[in-house]
Design a protein around this ligand. Structure first.
Ligand code: PLP
Length: 416
């Protein structure tokens, strides 16, 4: 991709002074509105990533930015050493909306997942009667729950996990989507929780077989194991329902939310559950300086209200259908699979052509080409591209994005 002098300046600074724990596409963004973003040279793009599904409500949504501005002028952070006038009302409202008794607010998704693991262990010891320090959490192969040491200990991805040991014990891994394997793992009496993504986002938008969520929920209930849904990526309307678990009418014992909980404005996350589970952690045993801050609560309330007011789950459901139908009907020999739910979708492509470095072109090369033509998307695995635009994307914008994607894929298919 050609980079202007201006853009190169920003890329060079990151390369010179930043850690190299990311490999961004060479696009330097400076402005966003709805489903559109602009780079420092004023070039416009359609955002088909939404900051990994954090910007479900669209970039700089005026209602959320308004809530941010109003609250920022009044009070931003008190710490939990004191009460504030935003946290309680927000907790009551979100619990009421989603049907839970209590929540613990955190900031990043990873922190909320860690909180859920701690809650499961504590509940296991205090309520279920598992002997101290023996609690185990079942996780799925291919999972992605974040980057902390606890979480990567549960990962099967060598890139996330490799070279950071020693790892936290107490995880059992089962294949994703396999109820028999889960049932077998649940025979261990020390299991306290089953932690899963309803659709595995980072693994490449892997959708489990129908009936998996309801089957897994029933199996967990039978042996009194907490059913813990990590909906950091799938939740809050992304997959065409408020929660991806709603597709199978299952209610998790612990629900983990993050990302779009603030519409991409601030890091805000939460774990929701029953009093029986949430109250097993007592004062001083867990927390975060910023978790539950009044600014985050005001922003999160506005962000979730936008999802409801603008019926974004319904929009995602409808436009996701159009998206998958259009890409499937291409019948392109380049595309192995089109999959997803709502506006969390991915295509798996065949290696093709010549990448100029002695190999075949992969999803990475296609993402570069898409960016050149004004569509921003990112590969999740070597051969998979995730497409997850903001849920506010309009019909004409979707049409525009699809026609770019279709023409890039058609051209690539010629080099198969
Ligand atoms: N859980 C899931 C399912 C995710 O997709 C992610 C991030 O991509 C996380 C947790 C971690 O969230 P964060 O990056 O905010 O820590």
């Amino acid at each position: 991709m050609h980079l202007s002098e201006r853009s190169s300046g920003f890329v060079d600074l990151e390369n010179a002074f930043g850690g190299k724990n990311y490999a961004p596409l060479p696009v330097v963004l400076s402005r966003g509105k709805g489903a559109r973003v602009w780079d420092v040279d004023g070039k416009e793009y359609l955002d088909f990533l939404s900051a990994y599904s954090a910007v479900n409500q669209g970039h700089c949504h005026p209602k959320i930015v308004g809530a941010l501005r109003d609250q920022a002028e009044r009070l931003t952070l008190t710490s939990r050493a004191f009460y504030n006038d935003q946290l309680g009302p927000f907790e009551a409202w979100l619990c009421g909306l989603l049907g839970f008794e209590r929540l613990i607010p955190m900031n990043s998704g990873a922190e909320a997942v860690e909180t859920a693991i701690k809650l499961a262990r504590r509940w296991g010891y205090d309520v279920k009667g598992v002997p101290q320090d023996r609690g185990k959490v079942i996780v799925c192969s291919g999972n992605f729950h974040g980057r902390t040491l606890g979480i990567i200990s549960a990962s099967t991805d060598p890139a996330s996990r490799g070279g950071f040991g020693p790892y936290l014990p107490g995880f059992i891994t089962v294949p994703f989507g396999d109820l028999e394997a889960l049932e077998k793992a649940l025979e261990d009496p020390d299991v306290v929780g089953f932690l899963f993504e309803p659709i595995q986002g980072e693994a490449g938008v892997v959708v489990p077989p129908e009936g998996y969520l309801s089957g897994a929920s029933a199996l967990c209930r039978k042996v009194r194991v907490l059913f813990i849904a990590d909906e950091v990526q799938t939740g809050l309307a992304r997959t065409g329902k408020m929660l991806a678990c709603d597709y199978e009418q299952v209610k998790p014992d612990l629900l983990i939310l993050g990302k779009a909980l603030s519409g991409g404005i601030l890091p805000v996350s939460a774990v929701l559950g029953s009093s029986e589970v949430i109250l097993t952690i007592r004062p001083g045993e867990h927390g975060s300086t910023f978790g539950g801050n009044p600014l985050a609560c005001a922003v999160a309330r506005a962000a979730v209200e936008v999802l409801l007011d603008e019926k974004l789950a319904e929009s995602a459901f409808a436009s996701g259908k159009v998206f998958r139908e259009r890409l499937s009907s291409l019948n392109s020999p380049l595309i192995e699979t089109v999959r997803g739910k709502g506006l969390l979708n991915a295509i798996v492509i065949r290696p093709h052509g010549d990448n100029g470095k002695g190999g075949k072109r992969t999803a990475y090369d296609l993402c570069h080409e898409l960016a050149e033509h004004g569509v921003l998307a990112k590969q999740t695995q070597v051969h998979t591209i995730r497409f997850a635009p903001p849920l506010v994307i309009t019909g004409p914008e979707m049409e525009q994005g699809l026609s770019v994607i279709e023409s890039v894929l058609k051209r690539a298919a010629e080099s198969l």
